[in-house]
Write a protein that binds this ligand. Sequence first.
Ligand code: PGA
Length: 259
Amino acid sequence: MKALRRPLIAGNWKLNKTVKEAVELVTLLKRLLADCQDVDVVVCPPFTALGEVSELLIESEIRLGAQDLYWEEKGAFTGEVSGSLLKDAGASFVIVGHSERRQFFHETHETVHKKTKAALKSGLVPIVCVGETLKEREADKTFEVLEAQIKGALTGLGREEVEGLAVAYEPVWAIGTGKVATPAQAEEAHVFIRTQILREFGEDVAAALRLLYGGSVKPDNTAELMREPDIDGALVGGASLEAQSFSAIVKNAAGAALK
Ligand code: PGA
């Protein structure tokens, strides 16, 4: 029997989907997932499709997320979008510190922390991403990297704030490569992260926090990952762009979580 944490499957569409394509995908997902009640499902379209997708999700259990936010509320910050604007567009989740943002847009521990805080302040659930590169894993630095990323993002937050967020462990070498971490590798990292949280925020927070795995999650590897005691869900990139594969992941996660 798995812990009582409710599974969470989030689809990160990245820089994909016009408004029309987003509407088509979500329309199909609503149909395919109509009776799936045991999992929280989130879709994270690009900013431009948030409004339309939000309208479509009004009567649905599927929740809306954004892929990034800026930490200031408003003002002269050309090109940026704040938590309150995302909330206003209908989002309830937001991805923070994805490795692509760290890698291509120079996000640091400090910016990830500010964004996490800003998301919580706006009433959004941050999905905070951490994960090591292949080079770091090969140099035996995985835990060191994860510890620094978790501390960087979360130190200074209140216990009740941390309890409400989700952390996604996404080894960079597994993202978009088809090279999924083995369930044992993922579980080992999740246990390490949960232990970090326990040390810093206490047992109750560590027990409540949802830890997602991300990196080449597909319908056929979801169940074995989800059966691990510390894997509470998935952050899905490529396979979330297609209704059949994303809904199959959600259903397989629901099935595995009940075992
Ligand atoms: P992937 O991406 O599923 O395409 O590997 C995961 C992610 O980047 O969140």
